[in-house]
Design a protein around this ligand. Structure first.
Ligand SMILES: NC(=O)c1ccc[n+]([C@@H]2O[C@H](COP(=O)([O-])OP(=O)(O)OC[C@H]3O[C@@H](n4cnc5c(N)ncnc54)[C@H](OP(=O)(O)O)[C@@H]3O)[C@@H](O)[C@H]2O)c1
Length: 324
């Protein structure tokens, strides 16, 4: 495993980490999650990502249960949670957003579910137009001062809002956001590479990236309209997912995936491994959060660590040219 510094913070995170969205408490039960977490830890993964809304809180509860059962030393794992959407399907107004009240309640609930005394990272899952940024920054600072949270950050915030939060925090001697968690894959690059470009050095912002396979699309398994049974796209309980995976640029995205699959075949590597290696090649990325439905997928995806060191300039140029 390779470890990277989370921006200018002192936290060392594994270049690949494991996330709980859709899978933990959703498509996977306790036995499979236990196996995945154990395999990830054995491979050197030290960061496990979750959120209050994943499986309506069940993802965090399962992760906490498994971490305790495996007796993983607390000082060797980083546990992440995110708040904004609320823990239940239809949260009451005080149970969502980034108000002082919800952030405190969400943090306490995450600590309980995850069975830990502190969160390594606590993120604002989206911007909240109904809460002043000053209130959110102060609430996060209080959680840090109370020892409940070590680092706080944002997810999918516009660059200007992250700048504003950092400015407010600095001017009041409060904890500054340490990281942003953003979608980043060969089909989705703009925010990480352009919008945030100035933030990494200016604010020392770390970068956790999500959906390295665009929800599995970049593994190539959905080629030519195939929808394998049991795959994420086949799930009927998330009607929005096909839209998210293909979006309005379906044809362009399918063509891009086909180019990636062909390039991977030429190099004799799985398309998923190549797509993840491309993410890791960006030095601004502190950690790429994997989503895995099985140990076999995890093992294939971990191959990206070796592959990234072997990526030659020509392959990287071909990958860069793949984006629609
Ligand atoms: N901050 C945010 O707003 C946000 C949003 C989304 C995700 N995240 C975080 O990022 C993590 C990763 O996101 P993600 O789950 O969307 O990642 P992803 O890598 O884009 O998709 C993961 C899914 O792709 C399929 N897959 C994975 N490896 C494969 C392989 N080698 N071959 C074929 N299929 C493979 C699996 O689904 P199937 O086997 O079911 O098809 C797996 O569950 C999440 O768990 C979460 O922690 C954060």
């Amino acid at each position: 495993m390779e470890y990277r510094r989370l921006g200018h913070s002192g936290l060392q995170v594994s270049a690949l980490s494991l996330g709980a969205w859709v899978t933990f408490g959703g498509t996977l039960g306790r036995t499979e999650v236990r196996e995945l977490v154990a395999c990830a830890y054995d491979a050197g993964i030290n960061l496990f990502d979750s959120a209050e809304n994943y499986a309506h809180g069940a993802a965090e509860a399962l992760l906490g249960d498994v971490l305790a059962d495996l007796r993983l030393p607390r000082d060797s794992v980083c546990v992440t949670s995110k708040a904004c959407f609320g823990p239940v399907a239809d949260p009451r107004p005080t149970q969502r957003g980034l108000s002082r009240k919800h952030l405190r309640d969400a943090c306490d609930a995450a600590l309980r579910r995850l069975r830990v005394e502190y969160l390594d990272l606590f993120l604002c899952h989206r911007p909240d137009p109904d809460t002043p940024v000053e209130e959110t920054v102060a609430a996060m600072d209080q959680l840090v001062r109370a020892g409940k949270v070590l680092y706080w950050g944002t997810s999918e915030w516009p660059a200007e809002m992250i700048r504003a939060a950092a400015r407010i925090a600095r001017s009041h001697g409060m904890a500054v956001p340490a990281t942003e968690q953003a979608q980043y894959n060969v089909l989705h690059r703009e925010r990480v590479e352009l919008e945030y470009a100035g933030l990494y050095d200016e604010l020392g912002l770390g970068l956790m990236t999500w959906s390295p396979l665009a929800s599995g699309l970049l593994s190539g398994k959905y080629a030519e309209g195939a929808v394998p049974e049991g795959s994420r796209l086949a799930r009927q309980d998330h009607g929005w997912r096909p839209g998210m995976m293909y979006s309005d640029q379906r044809k362009a995205r399918e063509a891009a995936v086909a180019r990636l699959v062909a390039l991977a075949a030429e190099r004799g590597v799985p398309a998923a491994t190549l797509a993840i290696a491309w993410c890791l090649h960006n030095p601004k990325v502190s950690t790429t959060i994997l989503g895995c439905s099985s140990v076999a997928q995890l093992e294939q995806n971990l191959g990206a660590l070796r592959l990234v060191a072997e990526l030659d300039g020509a392959t990287r140029a071909c990958l860069d040219a793949i984006s629609p």
